[in-house]
Design a protein around this ligand. Sequence first.
Ligand SMILES: Cc1ncc(COP(=O)(O)O)c(C=O)c1O
Length: 443
Amino acid sequence: MNDLSAPRPNNLDAFWMPYTDNKHFKANPRMLYRAEGMSYFTPEGREVLDGTAGLWCCNAGHGRREITEAIQKQAALMDFAPTFNMGHPIAFEAAARVAEMTPDGMDRVFFTNSGSESADTALKIALAYHKARGQSSRVRLIGRERGYHGVGFGGMSVGGIGANRKQFSALLPYVDHLPHTHQPAKNAFTRGQPEHGAELADVLESLVALHGAETIAAVMVEPVAGSTGVLVPPKGYLERLRAICDKHGILLIYDEVITGFGRLGTNFGAERLGVVPDIMTMAKGLTNAAVPMGAVAVREGVYDAIVNGMPGGIELFHGYTYSGHPLASAAAIATLELHRSEDLPGRARAIEPYWQEAVHSLRGLPNVIDTRDIGLIGAVELSPREGKPTERALAIFRRCFDTGVLVRVTGDIVALSPPLIIEKHHVDRLINTLGDAITAEAA
Ligand SMILES: Cc1ncc(COP(=O)(O)O)c(C=O)c1O
């Protein structure tokens, strides 16, 4: 049934779309108009099951009345107020709610507006921390190949995606990278954390030997790398990274932008994976993406070194006009209340075994060279078409969309990250539709 109230833009030229093949899209647009629960709806009224929680964000499902009403109420009460030398109650409440969910001792929260801003904020805090402690030579930042930390200059430089870096040439100096942990030859079709690869963390010792510990400020990794195709950390890997960081006085930063807020069946990836960082970034699920917001949580010692280390005046010369924006704070409080009252991490944990079975049931379909999962994340890696990398996965993505399911592709990997309110019948539909598309694109 056509939804006649849906707008129909007849000129797609003005909007330069992010991370999009603009020419292709504008010749073949795919529009979403409305969202509710587990589904999107197109302007024509066609339902599309959301297998990606938008972009790893809408963990509580779409159109949650509690969040919408909190935003509406706040917009009517006070649209905006600055947080530079001023305060409004709900920004403090939002920060306290976040601190209740972060690992013990990581109770200081800095607000941003996105994952990218959170990444750059975390890196700046790490530099400021060492400087405050009289170790100004610690300026080197270590990332990891295939890491994604958004698109700011810090996150882009520390990130490890060639395409994201090469186009811009001018990157941060003093950056190095660990190898990624993807070893399909050893770990294909693993359920949960792979057995092989903990020793890849030891490359950090080599980087210390190369550069000198006294030059290294921080190591930043995603607990589970999402954007480059769901790379689950090998057993023991994060433990070794933590131990080497401790040995050399290096801060460990987790980018929890997708692993936060229930995605792994726990509040944060740190809890599920049993290794706690010094600084963690978050965004996306923080507000269920209803209003953009990001945050950085730090250990007490990091906060103390910077804030108590300064003689007086502003302690950290960093912040955004919209840090702790009232509408975002209202959305965050309502979202985190839903997490608590509906135990969304618990829901994710409860359905994880069914999810895992379903994801791995795709093994054996044509061209499937790996299936992997952790929490409510799944991935299917495909062998590329001869001489045409990414084409097969893109064709599968389009076929899924046309048959009513939204998945995400990166290279020749299909990534799945549904809202945490998913039920078994949704899992069946998602996986069956994807399986049919994989079979249809066998050639
Ligand atoms: C791990 C990680 N960090 C940072 C970002 C960037 O977030 P944003 O697009 O909100 O800037 C993303 C986005 O997908 C992400 O997955």
